[in-house]
Design a protein around this ligand. Structure first.
Ligand code: GLN
Length: 623
C-alpha cells in the first residue's frame, strides 16, 4: 500500500513506493540483475536509502547555456549550507567523454582537479569556492561515465536477458548516482539537500535522459522532495530598448513539455527584470509571482547569495521542500557575518592597484585560467587592493621583447600547460623575473620552466630542457620518471589529485604556509629529475617543498636578497609543481598567491609600509 508520504500523483497512477523498492536490489550488480523482468519499475535504490530524508534542487537551463547555472546553484546551496544544512552538488554533463581530462581548455575552459584526482568541469571549482567544501568524483557525472558503466554491466550479464534501454536503465543509473550522493552527502554527514545541475539547456538532445531521470526522481520521491528551478534569460534588444519575455516563455515551455512543472523561475538579465516581464513569466509558467526572481548581473558573483537572500529565494526553496524545521538560525547568522565581512572588503574603495602578468598560451580564452583569476581576486580583496591581470601571449615572447612586454607588470605568473608551444617564451619570462627582481609565481609547467631556466643560465647546463619538449634532450632536468609513478600506484600516466608536501622550516614556503606539511592538488606527468637536484641546489635554488617519502620536488624558491650569493637573491621567486589556484577560496586566500601579491604591492608602493604576507627581511629565521 502506498504510504502517507506518497504523492497524490503517485497514488493516482497506482505507483507503490514499496514496489519500487522491492523491484530494486541493493548492490550495484545485484540491483540490476534482480530487477524483476515483469516490472517496468527498474529504479535501483542504494542500500539503506531513506526516502524523505534527502531533498533535491534541480537547476535546469533554458533559452541558452552560459548563464551561470553553476554560480546560481552554488549560491543557493551556500545559503542553505549557511543555515546548517548539509548540501552536496552534482554536475551532470551530456558529453560522452568519461571525464574532462581530455578536453581542451581552449574550447571548454579549465580542467578542474579534485582532491581524489577527478578531472572535471570548471563549475566544480565554483562549487568548491562558494561552498568552501571539497568535492569528489561523486559530484561529477558525464554521459560517457554512465554509458560505460551500463555497457560493462551488460557484458557481465547484469541485466538478465532484458533489452537495455534508455528508460528505465539509463535513467535508473542517473537516479542511482543522485541518491548515492545524497547518502554520501559532504563526506561527513548525509545530504539534507542535493543540488543537481544539468549541463546545457532543456531541449538539447544529449541531456534529454537526465531531464527524464529528474522527472522520474520527482515522481518517485513524492511531493515536497524535488524543487525544480528553471534558469531562463530575458533579452533586451538594443533596437527595441525594453525587456522581452517571449524567448524565456518558450524555454520554460520546453521544461513543461518534458513533464516538469518548475517551482521557481530565475530570470537572468543584464538589468533588473521589470514587473511586467516577471508577471508574464509567472502567468505563462504557472508559477506564483513570489517565486519568479530577477537574477540580473551583479558587480561580484560573491554578492549573489546575499541578494538572493534579501529577495527571499532561499525561503521559497525551503517552503517548496518543507525544510523550515531543519534550519539553524544561529549558524546562519555566524556564517553570514563571515561572508559579509568579505563582501564589505570587495565593496570597499581601493586606492592601490597592482598589475599581474599572466603568460598564458590561451590568453584569448580566459576561462582556461578561471581558478587563477579567482584566486588573484580573493587575495587582492584581502590585501585591500585591486589586481589587474595583464594577459600575455607566451608564444609571442622572446628575450628581446620581454622588457617591453612585461614593463607594466608588478608581478608575473607563469601558469601550467602542456606541449612545447609557448614554452621558450615562458622560460624567457622567468629569466626576466629572476634577473630583474620582478616577483614571480610559477605553477606546474611554470615550476618546470623555472628549473630549466635556472639550469641553463645559472648552473651552466646550456642544453637543459624537459623530455616533454625534447625527448632526446641531453640534460633533461625535467623528465618522466615511470618508476616513481609505480611506487605511488597512480592510474594512467598522469600524477593527479591531492598529495602531501613537506615544507622545509626557515624557507619562504614555510613563512607563507606556516606549517610543516600541507596538501595540494597535482596534475602533471613530468618532474625534476633527482639526478640534477644537487647541482641546482649548489647554484642557489631551494627546494622548500618535497614529497614526504619520495624525491619529488614540489616547491622551489630563491633566497631573499640579503641571504644569497651575488645575483641569486630575489624578493619573491616561488614556484609549485602543484596547482595552488585549485585551493583558492574566498575566505581562505591561497598563501603563495598572497605572497606574490604582497610582493607586487611592496614593489609598486614601497612607501606604503610593511604589507603583511610579504617576506620580512629575516624570513629565513622564521619557522
Ligand atoms: N606538461 C607538464 C607535465 O605534464 C606540466 C603540466 C601542467 O602544467 N599541468 O608535467
Amino acid at each position: 500500500m502506498p504510504t502517507s508520504r506518497d504523492s497524490k500523483a503517485q497514488r493516482a497512477c497506482g505507483v507503490d513506493w514499496s514496489e519500487v523498492e522491492r523491484s530494486s536490489g541493493s548492490s550495484l550488480l545485484a540491483s540490476a540483475g534482480h530487477a524483476r523482468a515483469e516490472t517496468e519499475l527498474y529504479s535501483p535504490i542504494p542500500d539503506g536509502y531513506r526516502r524523505g530524508r534527502h531533498k533535491y534542487v534541480a537547476v535546469l537551463g533554458t533559452v541558452m547555456s552560459g548563464l551561470g547555472k553553476g554560480i546560481f546553484a552554488s549560491s543557493v546551496a551556500k545559503l542553505l549550507k549557511d543555515k546548517g544544512l548539509v548540501v552536496a552538488p552534482i554536475k551532470m554533463e551530456g558529453y560522452l567523454n568519461v571525464d574532462a581530462g581530455t578536453l581542451n581548455p581552449f574550447r571548454h575552459g579549465e580542467v578542474f582537479v579534485l582532491d581524489d584526482g577527478t578531472e572535471c568541469d570548471m563549475d566544480l571549482g565554483t562549487y568548491e569556492r562558494v561552498l568552501d567544501q571539497n568535492l569528489t568524483r561523486r559530484n561529477f557525472v558525464t554521459a560517457g561515465q554512465i554509458y560505460r558503466e551500463i555497457l560493462e554491466r551488460e557484458r557481465h550479464g547484469g541485466y538478465l536477458g532484458r533489452d537495455v534501454q534508455m528508460i528505465p536503465h539509463v535513467t535508473g543509473e542517473v537516479k542511482r548516482k543522485i541518491r548515492e550522493l545524497a547518502m554520501y552527502g559532504d563526506g561527513s554527514a548525509p545530504a539534507d539537500v542535493v543540488f543537481i545541475e544539468v549541463g546545457g539547456t532543456v531541449g538539447d538532445y544529449e541531456n534529454g535522459f537526465y531531464i527524464e531521470a529528474l522527472r522520474e526522481l520527482a515522481f518517485e520521491e513524492g511531493e515536497d522532495s524535488v524543487c525544480f528551478v528553471a534558469l531562463t534569460y530575458i533579452i533586451e534588444p538594443e533596437a527595441i530598448g525594453e525587456q522581452k519575455s517571449k524567448a524565456a516563455q518558450l524555454g520554460i515551455k520546453r521544461v513543461m513539455e518534458a513533464g516538469i512543472q518548475p517551482h521557481i523561475i530565475a530570470c537572468r538579465a543584464t538589468r533588473r527584470c521589470g514587473p511586467t516581464v516577471l508577471e508574464k513569466i509567472a502567468m505563462f509558467s504557472n508559477v506564483p509571482l513570489r517565486r519568479v526572481f530577477s537574477m540580473h548581473d551583479r558587480p561580484s558573483v560573491y554578492s549573489i547569495p546575499e541578494s538572493m537572500r534579501q529577495e527571499g529565494l532561499d525561503r521559497e526553496i525551503l517552503s517548496v521542500l518543507g525544510l523550515h524545521e531543519r534550519i539553524d538560525l544561529a549558524h546562519e547568522d555566524r556564517a553570514r557575518e563571515r561572508w559579509m565581512s568579505y563582501i564589505r572588503k570587495i565593496e570597499a574603495p581601493k586606492n592601490k592597484t597592482v598589475t599581474i602578468g599572466l603568460t598564458g598560451k590561451y590568453a584569448s580564452v580566459r576561462d582556461a585560467y578561471a581558478s587563477i583569476v579567482k584566486t588573484v581576486e580573493h587575495c587582492a580583496t584581502h590585501l585591500e587592493c585591486t589586481a589587474k591581470l595583464e594577459w600575455i601571449e607566451s608564444t609571442e615572447l622572446v628575450d628581446q621583447n620581454i622588457p617591453e612586454r612585461l614593463a607594466a607588470c608588478d608581478a608575473v605568473i607563469v601558469p601550467g600547460g602542456f606541449g612545447s608551444r609557448g614554452v621558450e617564451g615562458k622560460i624567457s619570462a622567468v629569466r626576466h623575473c629572476r634577473t630583474t627582481g620582478l616577483p614571480f609565481l610559477g605553477i606546474c609547467l611554470g615550476f618546470q620552466c623555472a628549473v630549466i631556466e635556472f639550469a641553463r643560465h645559472v648552473v651552466g647546463l646550456k642544453e637543459a630542457n624537459s623530455t616533454e619538449f625534447d625527448p632526446n634532450c641531453p640534460q633533461a632536468v625535467i623528465s618522466e620518471l615511470p618508476e616513481q609513478k609505480k611506487v605511488e600506484q597512480l592510474g594512467g600516466t598522469m600524477r593527479l589529485g591531492g598529495q602531501d608536501v613537506a615544507i622545509q622550516p626557515g624557507t619562504l614556503a614555510h613563512y607563507l604556509y606556516g606549517k610543516d606539511l600541507i596538501r595540494h592538488r597535482f596534475r602533471h606527468r613530468y618532474e625534476v629529475d633527482p639526478l640534477f637536484i644537487e647541482r641546482l641546489e649548489a647554484g642557489g635554488m631551494i627546494f622548500s617543498g618535497r614529497h614526504p617519502q619520495h624525491p619529488i620536488m614540489q616547491i622551489l624558491e630563491l633566497p631573499a636578497p640579503g641571504e644569497a650569493p651575488e645575483g641569486i637573491g630575489h624578493p619573491f621567486f616561488f614556484a609549485a609543481q602543484f596547482h595552488p589556484e585549485l585551493l583558492g577560496r574566498p575566505l581562505r586566500p591561497e598563501p603563495c598567491f598572497m605572497g606574490l601579491l604582497a610582493a607586487a604591492l611592496q614593489r609598486k608602493h614601497p612607501g606604503a609600509g610593511q604589507v603583511r604576507w610579504a617576506r620580512s627581511p629575516d624570513a629565513a629565521k622564521v619557522d
